[in-house]
Design a protein. Structure first.
Length: 154
């Protein structure tokens, strides 16, 4: 039986490593989510606009002219997707990457390899999202706890 995350969510995974994308999708399925997987920034933006997700897990380094930062800016700029929880996934988790990702519109940054408990915490936080989530974003609490929280600050 899947762990209780409080409900079904639809996720979009944007990851150029197809095996990792499939593994991430399988993990989300175990946690009770549906998931779409795409391998480029442009395909991710198109899929998000076609079928708006509750949460997006997006690699920052993607092939082509656009990257994960571009994905976040595009999704935040569109009314259909600005409410989505955007999680950057990166193999290079530095202070600069984290800061740049948050400025681009991501709610959080997860270093690879992503841990099961981190994904569970993101999904659990979606259940606690305020009714007007389109005007709020998820941010990690400053007290260092693992679970994200929602705030109206941008």
């Amino acid at each position: 039986m899947p762990p209780d995350t409080g409900g079904t969510h639809h996720a979009l995974i944007i990851e150029d490593n197809r095996d990792l994308g499939r593994l991430f999708s399988d993990l989300l399925n175990v946690l009770g989510c549906t998931a779409d997987v795409v391998s480029s920034a442009q395909a991710g933006i198109e899929q998000a606009l076609l079928n708006p997700p509750d949460v997006v897990f997006c690699d920052l380094r993607l092939p082509g002219d656009s990257d994960g930062f571009d994905v976040a800016r595009s999704l935040r700029a569109d009314a259909r997707t600005r409410h989505a929880c955007l999680i950057a996934v990166t193999g290079v988790d530095t202070a600069w990457i984290r800061s740049t990702a948050l400025e681009a519109g991501f709610d959080d940054v997860l270093g690879k390899p992503v841990k099961f408990a981190q994904v569970q915490a993101v999904l659990a936080a979606l259940q606690n999202r305020p009714a007007h989530a389109d005007t709020t974003v998820m941010r990690k609490p400053l007290d260092g706890t693992a679970a994200p929280c929602w705030t109206t600050e941008r």
